[in-house]
Design a protein around this ligand. Structure first.
Ligand SMILES: Nc1nc2c(ncn2[C@@H]2O[C@H](COP(=O)(O)OP(=O)(O)O)[C@@H](O)[C@H]2O)c(=O)[nH]1
Ligand SMILES: [Mg+2]
Ligand SMILES: [Zn+2]
Length: 295
Protein backbone atom coordinates (compact mmCIF):
# COMPACT_ATOMS: atom_id res chain seq x y z
CA UNK A 1 0.00 0.00 0.00
CA UNK A 2 1.32 3.50 -0.77
CA UNK A 3 2.60 5.48 2.18
CA UNK A 4 2.73 9.20 2.63
CA UNK A 5 2.70 12.23 4.87
CA UNK A 6 -0.36 14.39 5.52
CA UNK A 7 0.65 17.94 4.72
CA UNK A 8 -2.72 19.51 5.36
CA UNK A 9 -6.31 18.68 6.16
CA UNK A 10 -9.29 20.86 5.33
CA UNK A 11 -12.93 19.90 5.59
CA UNK A 12 -12.36 16.18 5.92
CA UNK A 13 -10.03 16.07 2.93
CA UNK A 14 -6.37 15.33 3.60
CA UNK A 15 -3.57 16.20 1.26
CA UNK A 16 -0.94 13.50 1.21
CA UNK A 17 2.56 13.75 -0.18
CA UNK A 18 3.96 10.42 -1.33
CA UNK A 19 6.36 8.81 -3.77
CA UNK A 20 3.31 8.28 -5.99
CA UNK A 21 2.55 12.00 -5.97
CA UNK A 22 0.09 14.27 -4.20
CA UNK A 23 -3.26 12.74 -3.26
CA UNK A 24 -6.38 14.17 -1.68
CA UNK A 25 -7.78 11.53 0.60
CA UNK A 26 -10.82 10.99 2.73
CA UNK A 27 -10.78 8.85 5.83
CA UNK A 28 -12.66 5.63 6.41
CA UNK A 29 -15.62 5.88 8.78
CA UNK A 30 -13.93 3.49 11.17
CA UNK A 31 -11.51 6.24 12.22
CA UNK A 32 -14.37 8.54 13.13
CA UNK A 33 -16.02 5.75 15.10
CA UNK A 34 -12.81 5.29 17.05
CA UNK A 35 -12.55 9.05 17.57
CA UNK A 36 -9.32 9.33 15.60
CA UNK A 37 -8.70 12.48 13.58
CA UNK A 38 -5.76 12.51 11.22
CA UNK A 39 -3.38 15.43 11.68
CA UNK A 40 -0.92 17.20 9.43
CA UNK A 41 2.37 15.46 10.10
CA UNK A 42 0.76 12.03 10.30
CA UNK A 43 2.38 9.25 8.32
CA UNK A 44 -0.33 7.18 6.67
CA UNK A 45 -1.04 4.26 4.39
CA UNK A 46 -3.59 4.95 1.70
CA UNK A 47 -5.29 3.38 -1.29
CA UNK A 48 -5.63 5.14 -4.60
CA UNK A 49 -9.13 5.46 -6.05
CA UNK A 50 -8.31 7.65 -9.00
CA UNK A 51 -4.72 8.08 -10.05
CA UNK A 52 -5.45 10.91 -12.52
CA UNK A 53 -7.54 12.97 -10.14
CA UNK A 54 -5.26 12.12 -7.23
CA UNK A 55 -8.00 10.71 -5.05
CA UNK A 56 -7.74 8.10 -2.36
CA UNK A 57 -8.65 6.75 1.05
CA UNK A 58 -6.57 6.90 4.19
CA UNK A 59 -6.43 3.33 5.47
CA UNK A 60 -4.05 3.55 8.37
CA UNK A 61 -2.39 6.16 10.54
CA UNK A 62 1.07 5.22 11.79
CA UNK A 63 1.89 5.58 15.44
CA UNK A 64 2.70 9.19 16.34
CA UNK A 65 5.92 10.24 18.02
CA UNK A 66 4.06 13.23 19.43
CA UNK A 67 1.11 15.44 18.60
CA UNK A 68 -0.49 18.72 19.53
CA UNK A 69 -4.13 19.75 19.41
CA UNK A 70 -3.56 23.50 19.21
CA UNK A 71 -2.21 23.86 16.63
CA UNK A 72 -3.17 20.45 15.24
CA UNK A 73 0.06 18.84 14.12
CA UNK A 74 1.83 15.52 14.65
CA UNK A 75 5.38 14.16 14.54
CA UNK A 76 7.15 17.45 15.08
CA UNK A 77 10.90 17.05 15.68
CA UNK A 78 12.07 20.66 15.83
CA UNK A 79 10.61 23.61 17.70
CA UNK A 80 11.90 27.07 16.86
CA UNK A 81 11.25 29.07 20.01
CA UNK A 82 11.24 32.76 19.20
CA UNK A 83 11.92 35.59 21.63
CA UNK A 84 12.78 39.16 20.66
CA UNK A 85 15.33 41.50 22.20
CA UNK A 86 12.60 44.12 22.61
CA UNK A 87 9.07 44.96 21.46
CA UNK A 88 8.16 42.74 23.25
CA UNK A 89 10.88 42.11 25.83
CA UNK A 90 11.78 38.44 26.23
CA UNK A 91 9.32 36.31 28.19
CA UNK A 92 11.87 33.90 29.63
CA UNK A 93 9.28 31.94 31.57
CA UNK A 94 7.22 31.19 28.46
CA UNK A 95 10.42 30.29 26.62
CA UNK A 96 11.32 27.80 29.37
CA UNK A 97 7.84 26.27 29.26
CA UNK A 98 8.17 25.81 25.52
CA UNK A 99 11.67 24.37 25.86
CA UNK A 100 10.43 21.91 28.48
CA UNK A 101 7.43 20.94 26.39
CA UNK A 102 9.72 20.36 23.42
CA UNK A 103 12.09 18.18 25.45
CA UNK A 104 9.22 16.15 26.90
CA UNK A 105 7.95 15.44 23.43
CA UNK A 106 11.34 14.48 22.07
CA UNK A 107 11.51 17.65 20.00
CA UNK A 108 14.77 19.51 19.53
CA UNK A 109 14.46 23.12 20.65
CA UNK A 110 16.26 25.87 18.78
CA UNK A 111 16.12 29.34 20.30
CA UNK A 112 15.77 32.35 18.07
CA UNK A 113 16.64 35.77 19.45
CA UNK A 114 14.88 38.01 16.97
CA UNK A 115 14.91 41.74 16.16
CA UNK A 116 18.60 42.09 16.97
CA UNK A 117 18.62 45.20 14.77
CA UNK A 118 16.81 46.90 17.68
CA UNK A 119 19.49 46.14 20.27
CA UNK A 120 23.08 46.90 21.04
CA UNK A 121 25.64 44.11 21.29
CA UNK A 122 25.55 44.16 25.06
CA UNK A 123 21.82 43.51 25.50
CA UNK A 124 22.04 40.76 22.91
CA UNK A 125 24.86 38.98 24.68
CA UNK A 126 23.00 39.29 28.00
CA UNK A 127 20.17 37.29 26.44
CA UNK A 128 22.54 34.84 24.74
CA UNK A 129 24.16 34.30 28.14
CA UNK A 130 20.87 32.93 29.52
CA UNK A 131 21.06 29.89 27.26
CA UNK A 132 24.84 29.43 27.16
CA UNK A 133 24.85 26.50 29.58
CA UNK A 134 21.94 24.67 27.96
CA UNK A 135 23.71 23.38 24.90
CA UNK A 136 20.72 24.35 22.75
CA UNK A 137 21.35 26.12 19.48
CA UNK A 138 20.74 29.86 19.76
CA UNK A 139 20.32 31.92 16.59
CA UNK A 140 20.29 35.74 16.67
CA UNK A 141 18.12 36.99 13.80
CA UNK A 142 16.83 40.12 12.15
CA UNK A 143 14.49 40.74 9.25
CA UNK A 144 16.27 44.05 8.66
CA UNK A 145 19.80 42.66 8.24
CA UNK A 146 18.64 39.11 7.38
CA UNK A 147 21.16 37.82 9.91
CA UNK A 148 20.60 34.28 11.07
CA UNK A 149 18.49 33.01 8.18
CA UNK A 150 21.17 30.80 6.67
CA UNK A 151 21.88 29.26 10.05
CA UNK A 152 18.19 28.71 10.74
CA UNK A 153 17.81 27.03 7.38
CA UNK A 154 20.69 24.68 8.14
CA UNK A 155 19.09 23.77 11.47
CA UNK A 156 15.63 23.04 10.07
CA UNK A 157 16.80 21.13 7.00
CA UNK A 158 15.38 17.59 7.12
CA UNK A 159 13.27 18.40 10.18
CA UNK A 160 9.57 19.03 10.68
CA UNK A 161 9.59 22.38 12.42
CA UNK A 162 6.99 24.46 14.25
CA UNK A 163 7.49 28.06 15.33
CA UNK A 164 6.50 28.99 18.85
CA UNK A 165 6.59 32.03 21.09
CA UNK A 166 4.83 35.09 22.38
CA UNK A 167 2.75 37.19 20.01
CA UNK A 168 4.66 39.99 18.28
CA UNK A 169 8.14 38.46 18.46
CA UNK A 170 8.27 37.94 14.69
CA UNK A 171 7.24 34.32 14.07
CA UNK A 172 5.15 35.11 10.99
CA UNK A 173 7.85 37.40 9.62
CA UNK A 174 10.51 34.71 9.98
CA UNK A 175 8.25 32.02 8.56
CA UNK A 176 7.32 34.16 5.57
CA UNK A 177 10.98 34.87 4.83
CA UNK A 178 11.78 31.18 5.15
CA UNK A 179 8.90 30.34 2.81
CA UNK A 180 10.01 32.91 0.26
CA UNK A 181 13.61 31.70 0.24
CA UNK A 182 13.57 28.05 1.11
CA UNK A 183 10.20 26.46 0.42
CA UNK A 184 9.80 24.59 -2.84
CA UNK A 185 8.01 26.54 -5.52
CA UNK A 186 6.32 23.44 -6.83
CA UNK A 187 4.15 23.27 -3.74
CA UNK A 188 0.53 24.14 -3.53
CA UNK A 189 0.08 27.70 -4.73
CA UNK A 190 -3.19 28.24 -2.93
CA UNK A 191 -1.33 27.97 0.37
CA UNK A 192 0.44 31.24 -0.41
CA UNK A 193 -2.84 33.03 -0.95
CA UNK A 194 -4.22 31.68 2.33
CA UNK A 195 -1.16 32.77 4.18
CA UNK A 196 -1.61 36.37 3.17
CA UNK A 197 -4.92 36.56 4.95
CA UNK A 198 -3.46 35.39 8.26
CA UNK A 199 -6.81 33.88 9.10
CA UNK A 200 -6.00 30.25 8.55
CA UNK A 201 -6.42 28.06 11.56
CA UNK A 202 -5.28 25.11 9.53
CA UNK A 203 -1.77 23.82 9.73
CA UNK A 204 0.12 23.21 6.57
CA UNK A 205 3.47 21.51 6.21
CA UNK A 206 5.50 23.30 3.57
CA UNK A 207 8.34 21.33 1.96
CA UNK A 208 11.82 22.84 2.21
CA UNK A 209 14.10 22.80 -0.83
CA UNK A 210 16.76 20.70 0.89
CA UNK A 211 14.33 18.39 2.65
CA UNK A 212 12.11 18.69 5.67
CA UNK A 213 9.08 20.82 6.33
CA UNK A 214 8.08 23.95 8.16
CA UNK A 215 4.63 24.09 9.65
CA UNK A 216 2.69 27.19 8.81
CA UNK A 217 0.58 27.58 11.95
CA UNK A 218 -1.38 30.46 13.43
CA UNK A 219 1.19 30.46 16.24
CA UNK A 220 2.07 28.06 18.92
CA UNK A 221 1.97 29.10 22.53
CA UNK A 222 1.65 27.08 25.64
CA UNK A 223 0.42 27.98 29.07
CA UNK A 224 0.66 24.82 31.10
CA UNK A 225 3.11 22.09 31.87
CA UNK A 226 0.68 19.21 32.10
CA UNK A 227 1.94 15.83 33.04
CA UNK A 228 5.24 16.80 34.61
CA UNK A 229 6.03 16.40 38.30
CA UNK A 230 7.84 19.05 40.32
CA UNK A 231 10.69 16.72 41.17
CA UNK A 232 11.21 15.83 37.50
CA UNK A 233 11.59 19.43 36.44
CA UNK A 234 15.31 19.56 37.22
CA UNK A 235 16.00 16.99 34.51
CA UNK A 236 14.65 19.48 31.96
CA UNK A 237 17.47 21.94 32.71
CA UNK A 238 20.59 20.55 31.01
CA UNK A 239 22.88 23.01 32.76
CA UNK A 240 21.80 21.55 36.13
CA UNK A 241 22.26 18.06 34.80
CA UNK A 242 25.95 18.73 34.27
CA UNK A 243 26.32 19.05 38.04
CA UNK A 244 24.35 15.89 38.68
CA UNK A 245 25.35 14.10 41.87
CA UNK A 246 27.44 16.95 43.26
CA UNK A 247 24.82 18.36 45.66
CA UNK A 248 25.02 17.31 49.31
CA UNK A 249 21.64 15.56 49.19
CA UNK A 250 20.69 12.81 46.83
CA UNK A 251 17.65 13.93 44.85
CA UNK A 252 18.32 17.59 45.64
CA UNK A 253 15.76 19.78 43.91
CA UNK A 254 18.07 22.80 44.11
CA UNK A 255 15.50 24.91 45.97
CA UNK A 256 16.20 25.32 49.71
CA UNK A 257 18.46 22.34 50.35
CA UNK A 258 21.83 23.14 51.93
CA UNK A 259 25.03 22.26 50.08
CA UNK A 260 23.38 22.68 46.68
CA UNK A 261 25.92 22.98 43.88
CA UNK A 262 23.35 24.39 41.47
CA UNK A 263 22.64 27.34 43.76
CA UNK A 264 26.37 27.64 44.16
CA UNK A 265 26.86 27.80 40.42
CA UNK A 266 24.13 30.45 40.17
CA UNK A 267 25.89 32.64 42.73
CA UNK A 268 29.13 32.24 40.80
CA UNK A 269 27.25 33.23 37.61
CA UNK A 270 28.13 29.88 36.04
CA UNK A 271 24.42 29.14 35.69
CA UNK A 272 22.09 31.86 34.47
CA UNK A 273 20.14 33.48 37.27
CA UNK A 274 17.25 34.05 34.86
CA UNK A 275 17.02 30.35 34.05
CA UNK A 276 17.31 29.47 37.72
CA UNK A 277 14.53 31.92 38.66
CA UNK A 278 12.29 30.46 35.96
CA UNK A 279 13.05 27.01 37.32
CA UNK A 280 12.05 28.17 40.80
CA UNK A 281 8.76 29.63 39.57
CA UNK A 282 7.86 26.54 37.58
CA UNK A 283 8.88 24.28 40.45
CA UNK A 284 6.58 26.19 42.81
CA UNK A 285 3.73 25.98 40.29
CA UNK A 286 4.14 22.25 39.88
CA UNK A 287 4.61 21.66 43.59
CA UNK A 288 1.37 23.51 44.31
CA UNK A 289 -0.48 21.34 41.79
CA UNK A 290 1.05 18.25 43.35
CA UNK A 291 0.10 19.29 46.90
CA UNK A 292 -3.48 20.00 45.82
CA UNK A 293 -3.77 16.60 44.22
CA UNK A 294 -2.67 14.78 47.36
CA UNK A 295 -4.49 16.80 49.95
N1 LIG B 1 12.86 45.66 13.87
C1 LIG B 1 12.39 44.43 13.60
N2 LIG B 1 11.07 44.20 13.58
C2 LIG B 1 10.63 42.94 13.33
C3 LIG B 1 11.53 41.87 13.08
N3 LIG B 1 10.80 40.76 12.88
C4 LIG B 1 9.50 41.11 12.98
N4 LIG B 1 9.39 42.44 13.25
C5 LIG B 1 8.15 43.21 13.42
O1 LIG B 1 7.47 42.78 14.61
C6 LIG B 1 6.06 42.85 14.45
C7 LIG B 1 5.43 41.50 14.78
O2 LIG B 1 5.86 40.54 13.84
P1 LIG B 1 5.04 39.20 13.53
O3 LIG B 1 5.83 38.44 12.54
O4 LIG B 1 3.64 39.51 13.17
O5 LIG B 1 5.08 38.49 14.96
P2 LIG B 1 4.29 37.19 15.46
O6 LIG B 1 3.12 37.67 16.26
O7 LIG B 1 5.26 36.46 16.33
O8 LIG B 1 3.90 36.38 14.27
C8 LIG B 1 5.84 43.26 12.99
O9 LIG B 1 5.58 44.66 12.96
C9 LIG B 1 7.15 42.95 12.32
O10 LIG B 1 7.40 43.76 11.20
C10 LIG B 1 12.95 42.15 13.11
O11 LIG B 1 13.82 41.29 12.92
N5 LIG B 1 13.32 43.44 13.39
MG1 LIG C 1 2.00 35.66 13.68
ZN1 LIG D 1 21.03 20.98 44.42
Amino acid sequence: MPEGLIIKGVGGLYQIESKEGIFNCKIRGIFRKKGITPLPGDFVEFTIINEKLGEGWIEEIKERKNFFIRPPVANVNMMAIVISVKNPAPDFLLADKLIISAQRNDIEPVIIINKIDLSDKESLSTIEEVYRGTGFTVIPMSKVTMEGYEELYREITNKRTVFAGQSGVGKSTILNNVINSYVMETGDVSSKIQRGRHTTRHVQLLPLKCGGYVADTPGFSLYSLDGIEHDELKWMYPEFDNLNGQCRFNGCNHITEPGCCVKDAVSKVEISKIRYNCYNKLYEELKEQYDKRYK
